[in-house]
Design a protein around this ligand. Sequence first.
Ligand code: ZN
Ligand code: FE
Ligand code: FE
Ligand code: ZN
Length: 266
Amino acid sequence: MAYPADYHLHTYLCGHATGAPVEYARAALQAGLSEIGFADHAPMRTDGFDDWRMRQDELAEYVEMIRRLRTEFPRLTIRLGLEVDYIPGYEDWVCELANMHQWDYFIGSVHYVGDWDIDNAKKVQLWHEREVDLVWAEYFELLARAAHSRLFDIIGHVDLPKKFGFRPRGDCTRLYEMFIREAAAAGVAIEVNTAGLRKPCAEIYPASELLRIARSYNVPITFGSDAHAPDEVGAGFASAIAHARAGGYTTWMQFVQRERIEERLD
Ligand code: ZN
Ligand code: FE
Ligand code: FE
Ligand code: ZN
């Protein structure tokens, strides 16, 4: 069975991932992958925005590193991407980043709700202090805006607020549909991300219900392990494929220089 590409790999440049890119590439081949893509945390316009992304002056090094890796692993297709934060007001910065290099794709991720990065393990306490339902509602509102911006090819880990297990009391169907309608209108893909399997929520992002809604609106998918270490490359992909199939998907999207190509999920 041919696996879909793992489009969500990090590098040590973000400061919280381990191992050298060559180890990620080797691990990919060992896992039976034929295509991977790096999508490390993009710099912000101002360095020191937080402590979990590369600096601006490291961006060229990042690009060079991936290019070099391509020549070292001719049997592996290696894409050049970025995981870019969607924060209202920073749209111009995302455009600037887009023009800096020949990217294959941008994963637009919402981590920040206001000035709180909701998936930051050092800030779990805030989940106890906030109204969980409101955080989820705000999060999906931001996802919808991220899709609407048309700045991204893929929207990352779309139900990230479940990471630490804080779930809304109410039904999320309306929130999910509101976001998915925007994603469909914008023609953006969403990511089936296996990192959730390694987190307290112990579940792939997105949940089955959300994925089924996405399928019903013909929103395409990509796959990502969100690897922050070599042994996480391709992690949970068998489950992710089963999850996608159960949601009705038979294809995934390949991205080449920000153009997409539909591939069969076999
Ligand atoms: Zn990270
Ligand atoms: Fe992320
Ligand atoms: Fe990531
Ligand atoms: Zn991520």
